[in-house]
Write a protein that binds this ligand. Structure first.
Ligand code: COA
Length: 161
């Protein structure tokens, strides 16, 4: 395990071949997991930008430690999901992913990125605020939690200069 942690993560564009790895981290991160087939079709879409942090072990095996997916429109983009392997959180993976992702989307013509985040997701909100996202709205009872209780979402936007 130490070997995985010690190898530096590289961030790269991913396609449908990473669907199973994304689905695994997503299932560890959210109450309502997306199936590998959902990731497969998203990552095959021409309008979806998927990027992941990948570490390589001493033996050359690659492992995903986090990923982010957004859908591009004409000149805006919407973040679909971002997640980091639970055991490797708070080590800068999410920030590195988001920094690269913002640069990628801006380079590909997006003027702004929108996303929705649960109002009590403190970790994600802190990450987004650190990257200059602004709150532009709220959707009441937008999510259904694992226990069936409804949770509201904030709508955030980050403009690219
Ligand atoms: C949100 C998430 C992607 C952050 O990934 P991460 O790799 O842990 O984030 P980082 O280590 O890069 O942290 C970057 C900054 O985000 C904020 N942050 C991250 N986790 C935090 C936490 N648990 N509490 C408070 N702030 C937090 C901090 O500002 C942090 O900077 P700092 O460590 O210098 O204080 C991760 O917690 C995750 O996968 N959560 C589950 C999935 C999820 O909720 N996704 C968002 C859906 S909208």
């Amino acid at each position: 395990m130490l070997g995985w942690l010690q190898s530096p993560a590289s961030i790269r564009r991913i396609g449908p071949d990473f669907a199973a790895a994304c689905a695994k981290i997503h299932a560890q991160s959210f109450a309502h997991p997306w199936a590998p087939t959902e990731f497969e079709s998203l990552l095959a879409g021409r309008d979806v930008v998927g990027e992941a942090a990948i570490v390589t072990s001493f033996f050359g095996e690659r492992r995903l430690t986090g990923f982010v997916l957004s859908r591009r429109g004409a000149d805006t983009a919407e973040m679909l999901t971002i997640a980091v392997t639970p055991a490797l959180r708070r080590k800068g993976v999410g920030a590195a992913l988001l920094a690269r992702h913002l640069a990628t989307l801006a380079a590909e013509g997006a003027n702004s990125l929108f996303l929705e985040v649960e109002t009590d997701n403190r970790a994600a909100l802190a990450l987004y605020r650190r990257f200059g996202f602004l709150e532009i709205g709220e959707r009441k009872a937008y999510y259904r939690k694992a226990d069936g209780i409804a949770a509201s979402a904030l709508v955030l936007r980050r403009d690219f200069d």
